[in-house]
Design a protein around this ligand. Sequence first.
Ligand SMILES: [Zn+2]
Length: 258
Amino acid sequence: MIGFVHALFAMAFSRILGVSVLWSVIGSLLPDIDLLLPVQHRMITHSLVFVLAVYVLVRLAGRSRQGFALSFGMLTHLFLDSLTPMGIGVFYPLQNFFSLGFDASRAGYATILLSIIVIANQSRLRSFFKRFGGKKIKTGMRVSVIAWLIALIFWGGACPLVHSSIGYILSGLDGFSEKKVMTSGVVCSEIEKKFSKAGNEFQVFELCDGPDSLVVWKLASVERKDLNKGDHIIVCGLFTLKYLSSSGPEIYMVSKVT
Ligand SMILES: [Zn+2]
């Protein structure tokens, strides 16, 4: 998700919760520092270990209020990135990516909308929280997060709910270009190792279903690492007719393989 969305979301919620806006926004941008470093994107700087390390360091520097706001901002970044199919290495040093599997652009739009609603109703929300005290805040937060997730699932098409394309590859997927799909087939080529410009390792292979086939680009760290030719799998990811190579249909940003 882009920096603007991260910053807006952190700004909206830090104001409501009375956390330093400036430091929350800085925190909400910090994890993407990995784009400037020779480390894998969305891995160590998008992990709980990193958030904790930054918090401890800032606290040791005698700035616990800023440290809290900074980690709050970083956690909002981790949360938003984990909505997208690429996911994040939240449990680093474990190499698995965690993803809630939502459509990235729709999750982005939903986040912008929610942040604007929160900002527009800021004083009302603040006094609501103040009036009702701790218990109601928790209930209120829980209810809004659940409502938001339900809205995302129905609107954003979380992968496990998109069943319509199972069992089809080419013939069934044509109308799904640039959309999240779940499909099944047999791994019918050797698994090739490829690296993206950002240095992420991908497993690239062909998935066949009868005479149809498509190319799958799966981040090596996402779920099953031990894929082999002949395996029957279900893949969840973004389907495209034009993205990474011009040779044919492909699935990329894979979030689930079973
Ligand atoms: Zn990020």
